[in-house]
Structure formats: structure tokens, C-alpha cells
Design a protein around this ligand. Structure first.
Ligand code: 5GP
Ligand code: MG
Length: 177
């Protein structure tokens, strides 16, 4: 197996800072902004992003989590079935600017399922998507509004997102067979 480091720890930190600045460019003081992380590493990223924004804004943004799993036979067959698990959204979403946060955007099916799940919690004013990596291969009209890195990948490849709190180090690695 061949592995290529796409983002080192310091680059991940810089990317998150840039994405936080882009959020503030669009949403100013983020008064109506809610961060929703998608389990598991999307939640880790949303927590990180929340801290960066808190440093810049001087207050915490409301935060929630969504658990959406796609079961696929393997990375090359896309008969993905979303399973919506436990979500933890205690903050109201009505009329809010929701920012969904996930680690990798691929076919778009997880985000489609997330949009459906969100509607059970209210009617946001806007929903945007932030991803650390967009690896292409979209099967639905879904795009990232805030994208850390856009990378051309083969379907058979995999992007490994390692997070310090979960994996012991921050790194994004491309794995090819
Ligand atoms: P999609 O639903 O867009 O096909 O896939 C996105 C979801 O599957 C994300 O929640 C993401 O965590 C996971 N995913 C898809 N492709 C990859 C990948 O190459 N690496 C990692 N780490 N996750 C992926
Ligand atoms: Mg995921």
C-alpha cells in the first residue's frame, strides 16, 4: 500500500484558521450560527473549529452532533445506505445558520441524509457545509461551502483523517492500493 501525506498537523491548524475566517466573512459575529458535527471525526473537527471561532469571537457558538453512518460494501461500490443514529442537538435550529462539519466529502450521500435528519429538529435559515477534504466523486448535487483541501482521488483510494484526540496525531493521508 502506498501512502502520501496530504496535510501535516501545522497545515491542518492553518486550514481550520482559514475556514474560521471564511465563516466570519460570511456570518460576521456569527450571532445566529450553529455548528453541527457529523460523528465521529466531523465532531472532532467541529469542536476544534468551535475553539478557533471562540478565540476570535470571544464566545462559544452553539454546538450539536449528528450520527450518520453509511454502510457500503467497499469503497468502490456505492450502494450506500445511510443509518441515522443518535443525534445530540439541544440548541434550536429554527432560523439559524447551520454549518454542518464533516471530515471527508465523497459521494454526498451522508450530507443528504444529514439534511433530512436536520429537518426533524427545525427549519434553519441556511445550512452550509464545511469539510476538511473534498475527494470528488459526487453522486448528488452537494458541494462544500468551506473546503479545507480539494483532492483528486481514485474511487479505490482512501483518505485517512487522523485527529490527535482520537488517533494520537493530526494528519491527513492518502492511501492507495
Ligand atoms: P459520502 O457520504 O460523501 O459518500 O462520504 C462521506 C462520509 O464518508 C463522511 O462522513 C466521511 O467520514 C466518510 N468518507 C468517505 N470517503 C472517505 C475517505 O476516503 N476517508 C475517510 N476518512 N472518510 C471517508
Ligand atoms: Mg464520516
Amino acid at each position: 500500500m502506498k501512502t502520501t501525506v496530504l496535510l501535516h498537523a501545522d497545515e491542518i491548524a492553518r486550514v481550520l484558521d482559514r475556514l474560521a475566517c471564511q465563516i466570519m466573512e460570511r456570518h460576521g459575529d456569527c450571532e445566529q450560527t450553529v455548528l453541527l458535527g457529523i460523528q465521529r471525526r466531523g465532531v472532532d473537527l467541529a469542536v476544534r473549529l468551535g475553539k478557533v471561532l471562540e478565540d476570535k469571537l470571544g464566545r462559544k457558538l452553539p454546538f450539536g452532533t449528528l450520527d450518520i453512518n453509511l454502510y457500503r460494501d467497499d469503497w468502490t461500490t456505492m450502494h450506500a445506505r445511510p443509518t441515522i443514529g443518535e443525534s445530540n442537538i439541544t440548541t434550536p435550529l429554527d432560523n439559524k445558520n447551520v454549518i454542518l462539519v464533516d471530515d471527508v466529502l465523497f459521494t454526498g450521500r451522508t450530507i443528504r441524509a444529514a439534511l433530512e435528519a436536520i429537518l426533524d429538529y427545525g427549519r434553519p435559515k441556511t445550512v452550509e457545509l464545511l469539510v476538511l477534504v473534498d475527494r470528488g466523486h459526487r453522486e448528488l448535487p452537494i458541494h462544500g461551502d468551506y473546503v479545507g483541501r480539494k483532492i483528486n482521488t481514485a474511487r479505490s483510494e482512501k483518505v485517512n483523517v487522523l485527529m490527535e484526540e482520537r488517533d494520537g496525531r493530526d494528519e491527513v493521508v492518502l492511501e492507495s492500493a
